[in-house]
Write a protein that binds this ligand. Structure first.
Ligand code: ATP
Ligand code: MG
Length: 362
């Protein structure tokens, strides 16, 4: 038997339901490791960063937090956000600090129907949905460029500037990533989303890079859409989409729409990747901390467990990733559903069912 591979995972449960669903994801990972006959194991270190940490320490994470995370093979993340802490403080202080600090420039968000989950998108030609949203994750509208108070705060004349930063290199690497990904898929199609009629600098640069890179991929079908038209197309012509590549803000908005169309924010998984593998990648669900249901034990863990499947795949445990996705499908197909997707099962029951189904789908 080959020597055991030990993967070091940094776990950041964060706030609200983040803690509840990460706990379940780790149960699934432990189960897989126990069943691997010594092939692999996970060593998890917990970091208590988040809004409660902020309220006690005045910071969302340690100053050398990003440095600490560099030692790990992957990061498993819950969610941040807490009533009383402004969202821009929690987001920039932790999640964006990690994504940008570790150069996780590609955010991958699959949008898929799950069997047995009532979907919001009822289109006569669409039985399955297999989209992947590829989100630029290091610049664009979330570059943090700008400022406030240009003409005095409090006098009713304040001016704030929020700029979007687009570099040719940043556009090119994410667009190229989308094309390479499309090549591995059935339909081999990339749709690029901008608003280059109104945003005449950065998004025009993006369009130009897209046109240039696309010439190197003659085998991949392409389409370019404005984001407003794209939102309508998600609903009216879902059959036209496969890989969708967009800027930081636009892909964020479209991924909430996509996951809602598939049934719920609670089922959507995501990976923040450093595709070069120089720094660890981070795996988290698309949803936030959901303070409205935190502590009730009813959060849907599927987005976070699906993100663990993305992590397994990234770590090279491809078979286990496939098995886990199958076990999730088997679970919803059998009617194990949380409240957000029309069921009555709680968080722990869904995870128990997924673990049980893991041995059945083998
Ligand atoms: P963020 O700003 O972090 O994106 P948000 O304000 O968009 O957060 P979410 O926390 O994503 O809010 O929640 C939006 C809605 O979806 C809430 O009503 C919440 O209860 C519901 N929701 C989100 N995630 C889940 C989940 N895993 N299970 C059940 N319901 C969820
Ligand atoms: Mg949101």
């Amino acid at each position: 038997m080959s020597a055991e591979k030990k993967f070091r995972i940094a776990v950041i449960p964060g706030d609200g339901i983040g803690k509840e669903v990460v706990r379940e994801g780790l149960r699934v990972l432990d189960h897989l490791a126990n069943e691997s006959n010594g092939q692999f194991s996970f060593e998890s270190d917990f970091f208590p960063w988040g809004c409660e940490y902020y309220l006690e320490n005045g910071k969302m994470m340690d100053e050398d937090g990003v440095e600490k995370l560099k030692d790990y093979d992957a990061i498993y993340f819950g969610a941040v956000g807490f009533p009383g802490v402004p969202d821009h403080v929690s987001l920039w202080g932790l999640r964006l600090a990690i994504c940008q600090g570790l150069d996780q420039w590609a955010n991958i968000r699959p949008v898929e129907f799950l069997p047995g989950v009532p979907r919001r998108l009822n289109h006569p030609d669409v039985e399955t949905l297999n989209w992947i949203l590829v989100r630029e994750n290091s610049e664009g509208e979330y570059s943090g460029v700008g400022g406030r108070n240009f003409s005095g705060r409090g006098n009713g004349n304040e001016v704030a500037v929020q700029s979007a930063l687009f570099t040719e290199q940043g556009c090119e690497r994410i667009i190229r990533y989308a094309f390479d990904l499309a090549r591995t898929r059935k339909r081999k199609k990339v749709t690029s989303v901008t608003k280059s009629n109104a945003q005449q600098y950065g998004m025009v640069l993006w369009d130009e890079v897209f046109a240039r890179v696309s010439k190197e991929y003659p085998d991949v079908e392409t389409d370019q859409q404005l984001v407003d038209a794209m939102a309508a197309q998600f609903v009216l012509h879902p059959e036209e989409l496969e890989v969708v590549v967009a800027s930081n803000l636009f892909a964020d908005i479209l991924s909430d729409l996509g996951s809602a169309l598939a049934g719920s924010l609670g089922i959507a998984a995501s990976a923040n990747l450093n595709p070069e593998g120089c720094t660890p990648s981070m795996f988290e669900s698309v949803h936030g901390s959901a303070p409205d249901i935190a502590g009730e034990g009813i959060a849907n863990p599927i987005g976070t467990i699906g993100s663990a499947a993305l992590m397994l795949d990234h770590l090279g445990l491809k078979e286990e990733a496939k098995l886990l996705n199958k076990a999730i499908e088997e679970t919803t197909r059998k009617g194990f559903l949380t409240r957000d997707i029309g069921g009555t099962h709680n968080t722990v029951e869904i995870t128990d069912a997924i673990i049980e189904n893991l041995s059945m789908v083998k």
